[in-house]
Design a protein around this ligand. Structure first.
Ligand code: IMP
Length: 172
C-alpha cells in the first residue's frame, strides 16, 4: 500500500520540542511528574517528548486498545495492562498519540480519578482529530490537529504495521 507523507520527521521532532518547552514553562522544574504513556501508539511521541522535559520524571506505561484491527473505534476499551503506582497528590502527565472519539482518554481519566486525588492531571497528544469527538475530553497540549484522515507512522498503526516509520503518512 502506498503511503503519502503528511508530516516529515524534522517537522515532527521540531514540534515535539516546542510542546516540551510549553510543558516546561507550565510545570515547576523541581516538582516530580508521573508521565503515563498510552501504548502502543504513543511510544515514539513519548520517547521523543521525554528527552526534552526538564522536571524530574517517573515514566509509566499502560496498554489500552479501542481500535483492535479496524480503522474505526470499536466503542469499547480493552485495558491490556493498566498497573500504575499510587497517584495521590502527584502531578500526572498523560501522553496519547491521537485523540479521536476521546473514549480511550475518558476511560483512563476515570481510572486515574478512581485511584485517588492526583494533584494535577494534564493531557498531551500528538494529534487531535476534533471532528470525531464523542466524549468530553480536551487535551491541554496538542502538536497537530488532523482532519478525518486515517494516519500511520511514528507509533500509529494500521493492523499493527507502520508503527516504526519515522514520519506520519496516510493511505489514500
Ligand atoms: P479514541 O479512543 O476513539 O479517542 O481513539 C484513540 C485511539 O485510536 C488512538 O490511541 C489510536 O490508537 C487509534 N486511532 C485513532 N485514529 C487513528 C488514526 O488515524 N490512525 C491510527 N490510529 C488511530
Amino acid at each position: 500500500m502506498e503511503l503519502k507523507t503528511l508530516i516529515d520527521e524534522n517537522k515532527l521532532n521540531q514540534r515535539i520540542k516546542e510542546l516540551a518547552d510549553e510543558i516546561n514553562n507550565d510545570f515547576t522544574c523541581d516538582e516530580p511528574v508521573i508521565a503515563i504513556c498510552i501504548l502502543k501508539g504513543a511510544v515514539m511521541f513519548y520517547a521523543e517528548l521525554m528527552k526534552h522535559l526538564k522536571m524530574p520524571v517517573k515514566m509509566e506505561f499502560v496498554r489500552l486498545s479501542s481500535y483492535g484491527n479496524s480503522k474505526t473505534s470499536s466503542g469499547k476499551v480493552s485495558a491490556l495492562n493498566i498497573s500504575l503506582p499510587p497517584l495521590e497528590n502527584q502531578k500526572v502527565l498523560v501522553v496519547e498519540d491521537i485523540v479521536d472519539t476521546g473514549l480511550t482518554l475518558n476511560f483512563l481519566l476515570n481510572y486515574i480519578k478512581e485511584k485517588g486525588q492526583a494533584k494535577e492531571v494534564k493531557l498531551v497528544t500528538l494529534f487531535d482529530k476534533k471532528c470525531a469527538r464523542k466524549y468530553n475530553v480536551h487535551p491541554d497540549y496538542c502538536a497537530f490537529d488532523v482532519d478525518n484522515k486515517f494516519i500511520v507512522g511514528f507509533g500509529l498503526d494500521n493492523q499493527e504495521f507502520y508503527r516504526n516509520i519515522p514520519y506520519i503518512g496516510y493511505i489514500e
